[in-house]
Design a binder for this molecule. Structure first.
Ligand SMILES: NC(=O)c1ccc[n+]([C@@H]2O[C@H](COP(=O)([O-])OP(=O)(O)OC[C@H]3O[C@@H](n4cnc5c(N)ncnc54)[C@H](O)[C@@H]3O)[C@@H](O)[C@H]2O)c1
Length: 253
């Protein structure tokens, strides 16, 4: 019960890796604010609330929209008064018939949309949550990046890799800037995990990706949730500014 009496916000919480994180936090006693652009987030939160000791609430909200983020934080303040953990998990990775978009195929609108969700979103959320973490006397921010921002990225589009690489940079800067306030900022870099995002890949791309993983299998939401929970917990109190790879050994540093 590492998160008893802790308040946790997870973006992109309706399904996939984000929902897996919420399941872990709830199982360990957290109160949760689950947010997503999908209405489905309410049903996901409802299912979790039935079996949880903490308070579980949900909001439909776009993490890349400044006004919406401010409203979300006002709701968090009115509901909980403070926030201990923020997980910036919401992300998109558009695919072109099961494979990446090449540079020449990428419209500027799509480029901006990916940067907006994957990079502007975490910036807005980190900025917005600050007063609520100060109210808690400190906090933990965990940004979900990707193995695509950690090495050669042959299967992933330029906008996605640029956005996640930017988020690694944001993680480092904020770790320095917010450390003196007892707020740690770290990232988790998942490899090739089962979710709606990777369901979009063609069988051919999927096969080639699995072949490159030393463990020879895809990962899942539970493995990512374990890494996120560690970084968000008291056990990681002296871990700050790091990127934790969860990829079966595909990228080694
Ligand atoms: N699945 C993988 O293999 C993998 C690998 C590396 C990184 N990631 C990252 O993990 C995170 C979760 O991905 P997933 O695999 O669970 O995908 P997913 O598509 O199942 O879940 C992403 C969630 O984010 C939500 N979302 C999208 N735009 C949003 C916005 N503007 N505001 C709020 N919510 C929004 C979606 O509605 C969805 O519920 C993403 O940041 C993704 O880039 C996933």
């Amino acid at each position: 019960m590492r998160f008893q009496d802790k308040v946790v916000i997870v973006t992109g919480a309706a399904r996939g890796l984000g929902l897996g994180m919420c399941e872990r936090f709830a199982a360990e006693g957290a109160s949760l604010l689950m947010t997503d652009v999908l209405e489905e987030v309410h049903a996901s939160a409802g299912r979790l609330a039935e079996a949880s000791r903490g308070r579980i609430v949900s909001r439909v909200s776009d993490a890349s929209d400044e006004a919406a983020v401010l409203q979300l934080m006002a709701y968090a303040r009115d509901t909980f008064g403070k926030v201990h953990v923020l997980v910036n998990n919401a992300g998109i990775s558009p695919k072109n018939n099961g494979r990446k978009y090449l540079l020449e195929e990428t419209g500027f609108d799509q480029w901006q949309q990916v940067l907006a969700v994957n990079l502007n979103g975490p910036f807005l959320m980190c900025k917005g949550v600050l007063p609520l973490m100060r109210a808690a006397g400190g906090g933990r921010i965990v940004n979900i990046v990707s193995q695509a921002s950690r090495g050669r990225a042959e299967f992933t589009s330029a906008h996605y890799v640029a956005s996640k690489s930017g988020l690694v940079g944001l993680t480092r800067v904020l770790a320095s800037e917010l450390g003196p306030e007892n707020i740690t900022v770290n990232a988790v870099a998942p490899g090739f995990m089962r979710s709606a995002l990777t369901d979009m890949l063609s069988d051919e791309v999927r096969g080639r990706m699995v072949e490159r993983i030393p463990l020879k299998r895809m990962g899942d939401a539970v493995q990512v949730a374990s890494a996120v929970a560690y970084l968000a917990s008291a056990e990681a109190e002296y871990v700050n500014g790091t990127v934790l790879d969860v990829n079966g050994g595909t990228i080694m540093r």
